[in-house]
Design a protein around this ligand. Structure first.
Ligand code: AMP
Length: 289
């Protein structure tokens, strides 16, 4: 596996592969890699070369969030990627991504959806994500990019950004990788105490129950959301939100028009803010809008 730090190096390597007829897929990450990232790398490898970027993006953290203490261990990340069989690791310094500093940045924003759900509590977060992912795509110029479904709102926003800006890259979704007890893998799970770690899978359990009630015909979305939030609170979480949305665009669902749904939640458990989501479709035979 090749490790590069500059825009010129990564672009030249990606171009060489593409010129040789090989498909290159980028997996953008913030490092602190775990099995979920390995699975995304394997997905990338299935169609050719897998390039992984590691960059803890300062512009997506608000003051007081965990930018400073976000886990960083480039050596461990490189070792994991080597074992996973990645072809390229791109670990740029902040100046490489933001050559003119962090003030007065050229920004990419996706209004509307970026202010909802996770964006309601983290108003500048998704503008930071879109602004950095646009840069990473334009720096590396890959054929395809993989985003995990674990960060479902981020996936929908980035897909929209790629479409709206006509960025010539294929967006691929990576399925959620979970621990055996259902907890979605996340670099932030290491903020959990051992007691909290035992409770954490309840988040997934509550979302699954919500999805089952949807499938069973419950169409009072507000009640489902209230019940799920109350269950989370009873288990010691402090929920930011639980929401039933249309899976395609995260719009508000209508009780009279069944569609593919997604149930999403963000909840604090101690010092960790956990997010998760579960996809859900109406029972077979019910028409889908
Ligand atoms: P991050 O972990 O924030 O650096 O995210 C890097 C990429 O990995 C993003 O596309 C995430 O959606 C994805 N990702 C992180 N955890 C998971 C998981 N448990 N399952 C699937 N994708 C994930």
């Amino acid at each position: 596996m090749r490790i590069v730090e500059t825009k010129a190096q990564v672009r030249a390597q990606v171009r060489r592969w593409r010129d040789a007829g090989e498909k290159v897929t980028l997996v953008p990450t913030m490092g602190a890699l775990h099995q979920a990232h390995v699975n995304l790398v394997r997905l990338a490898q299935r169609s050719g070369r897998a390039a992984v970027s590691i960059f803890v993006n300062p512009t997506q953290f608000a003051p007081g969030e965990d930018f400073e203490r976000y886990p960083r261990d480039l050596e461990a990340d490189a070792a994991l990627l080597r074992r996973a069989g990645a072809d390229l690791m791109f670990a740029p310094a902040t100046e490489e991504v933001y050559p003119r500093g962090l003030g007065d940045l050229t920004r990419v924003e996706t209004p509307g959806l970026s202010a909802e759900l996770c964006g309601a509590r983290r108003p500048a977060h998704f503008a930071g994500v879109t602004s950095v992912v646009a840069r990473l795509l334009l720096i590396t110029l890959p054929d395809a990019v993989i985003f995990g479904r674990k960060d479902y709102q981020q996936l929908v926003i980035l897909r929209r950004m790629v479409e709206d800006l006509h960025i010539p890259v294929e967006v691929v979704e990576g399925p959620i990788t979970r621990e055996e007890d259902g907890l979605a893998m996340s670099s932030r799970n290491r903020y959990l105490s051992s007691g909290e770690r035992r409770v954490a899978p309840r988040l997934n359990a509550v979302l699954l129950e919500c999805a089952e009630r949807l499938r069973d015909g419950e169409r009072d979305f507000a009640r489902l959301e209230r019940d799920a939030a109350a269950r989370l609170e009873r288990n010691g979480f402090v929920p930011d939100y639980v929401a039933v949305r249309r899976a395609g665009d995260l719009g508000l669902p209508s009780a009279s028009e069944p569609c593919a749904w997604v149930v999403l939640a963000a909840a604090w458990l101690g010092a960790a803010r956990l997010i998760d989501n579960v996809a859900c479709s109406p029972p077979p035979g019910e028409p889908i809008a």
